[in-house]
Structure formats: structure tokens, C-alpha cells
Design a protein around this ligand. Structure first.
Ligand SMILES: [Cu+2]
Length: 279
């Protein structure tokens, strides 16, 4: 079936915004296949090399390692999530750089793309990060630590488990509109989305039939995270400075969850989309 066309218009909530900021859009060329670029990523990246199209597949990469202090949580019971980032010799890293107004962005999402949370942990004196976290549903979660170190945007990820019966579901069918709660609706215009081609994901927010102008959030108009269905690979997305638009390049065909966050009336809202990507 014509999945590509059907999906092309809409967005899923992805973690795109994280980490995307530091990288210029110049890396995204239409002449390079997603596969090649994905492989190029593992070699590490200098500032003028192409940015990695996907991140967040490894707990340790390019000399840095993410360690969760406790990787099991009890369902529905709030607890402190504690973790550290260590360097090659096992020494905790402390010289994080500010990116999107924070030194550490933490994305938590269940393996089926549900239960998205975007948190900002604080760094203790012992160089451990911590943030309160409640996971209301059982299952395996992916925890993405997104930060900038040594001039490079990095995303490391680890699994976190909540014991109990979990009912995993596929991503919702693609749609060009998403309910963001409290009367907000978000619409996505993306045109045709093909693997390996840069595309603009253009969002607009509507409330009570009227367009809403989002307030600045994390140094942009909004924050977008994109996660690939199947492995939750974390994509780079580059926010536009003046609008709720993001430049993205999906490395392979398939479906992606898009997690768009915007701020209005002082509150942050999240809209989740499923984006289909054709070959
Ligand atoms: Cu953040």
C-alpha cells in the first residue's frame, strides 16, 4: 500500500531536539545514503564531518559510557533516577557544555514509544546526575542521556526495566494532527518524506480554532525528538530559529515517532506523531 504518501504528512514525537542544535544542517546532503552515513557515525565525528544521522543505540561510544545506578524501577512508584557519564579510564565526566540551555537532557520512553518524558537532571558534587522519575506502566524503557562534551553533541542510552505485565502496542497510525492535551492541537506539514533526504517538518499549534504562537523553549520555538520504530535510534533534528519547524533527515525507510514539545502560557506541552518514511 501507499504507505509513504499516507504517512508523509505527519509527525510523530521524536526526541529530535536534543543534541541537534550543535550541528549545522550542512551535513545533510541528498547524495549520501542513510546507510553510509550511519556507518560513518561510529568512527566518531569532528566538527566539520557529517553529523551522525542516528545516535542513542549504545550505552558506550567514542570513549564515553553511561551507567545507570539502578536499572530497575517499581511501577508507579516515584524514585530518584541516578546515573553517571564516565570517560575512558572510568573517571566521571564533569565538564558538560550547555546545549539547548541545559547541560543534560534526559529522554525516557518505553520501548514501544509510549510514556515519553523529557527531564533535566542535576549534577551532584560526586558527579552523579539525578532526577525524580515515576514510570506508571510496566515494561522496558530506553533512557537517553543527551549532552554536549568536548564540542560534540552526544547521546548515550541504556535500558531501564519496570517489572510487571506490559501491554506493548505499535506506534499509532500516521496522522497530520495530534492532540497535545488541554485543548491544544498540533498539525504537521512535512510534504513527502524519503529516506536519506533532508526534509522540513513544519508544525503549527492551534487552540480553540486559533493559531497559537509558542513561547521560547530551550532556546528555540520548540523541541523535537525523533525515534525510529524498531530500535529507537535517536535522530538529529535542527530547529528553525523563528518558527516551529525542524530540518530532519531520516536515515532509513520505516516509521518514526516524533515528540514535539512547545511552551505556551508558561507550560510545556507534548504532541506525538508517527511519521512514515518511504524509500
Ligand atoms: Cu532537555
Amino acid at each position: 500500500m501507499n504507505v509513504g504518501l499516507k504517512l508523509a504528512g505527519f509527525a510523530t514525537v521524536l526526541v529530535l531536539v536534543f543534541g541537534a542544535a550543535a550541528l549545522a544542517g550542512s551535513a545533510v546532503g541528498p547524495d549520501r545514503s542513510g546507510e553510509n552515513r550511519a556507518q560513518a557515525h561510529t568512527a566518531g565525528h569532528s566538527r566539520d564531518a557529517a553529523p551522525a544521522p542516528v545516535r542513542g543505540l549504545a550505552v558506550s561510544d567514542d570513549g564515553l559510557t553511561l551507567a545507570l545506578e539502578d536499572s530497575v524501577f517499581e511501577r508507579g512508584r516515584g524514585a530518584e533516577l541516578r546515573f553517571s557519564i564516565s570517560g575512558a579510564g572510568g573517571t566521571p565526566v564533569h565538564d558538560f557544555e550547555v546545549q539547548h540551555e541545559k547541560r543534560m537532557h534526559l529522554i525516557v520512553v518505553r520501548r514501544d514509544g509510549r510514556g515519553f518524558q523529557h527531564l533535566h537532571p542535576t549534577l551532584d558534587r560526586d558527579r552523579t546526575w539525578s532526577v525524580p522519575l515515576t514510570l506508571p506502566e510496566a515494561g522496558t524503557y530506553r533512557v537517553f542521556a543527551d549532552f554536549k562534551h568536548d564540542g560534540e553533541a552526544r547521546t548515550l542510552a541504556a535500558d531501564l526495566t519496570v517489572d510487571g505485565p506490559a501491554r506493548y502496542r505499535p506506534l499509532p497510525e500516521p496522522s497530520v494532527a495530534a492532540d497535545a492535551g488541554e485543548g491544544y492541537e498540533v498539525r504537521l506539514k512535512a510534504g513527502r518524506v524519503r529516506a536519506g533526504r533532508e526534509v522540513a517538518l513544519d508544525f503549527s499549534v492551534i487552540r480553540d480554532g486559533r493559531a497559537v504562537e509558542p513561547e521560547p523553549y530551550l532556546g528555540a520555538r520548540g523541541h523535537l525528538v525523533a525515534l525510529r520504530e524498531g530500535d529507537l535510534a535517536f535522530l538529529h533534528v535542527h530547529p528553525d530559529e523563528s518558527s516551529l519547524a525542524f530540518m530532519a533527515e531520516f536515515p532509513s525507510a520505516g516509521r518514526y515517532g516524533l515528540y514535539l514539545q512547545f511552551k505556551h502560557d508558561g507550560r510545556v506541552h507534548t504532541a506525538e506523531f508517527t511519521q512514515g518514511v518511504s524509500r
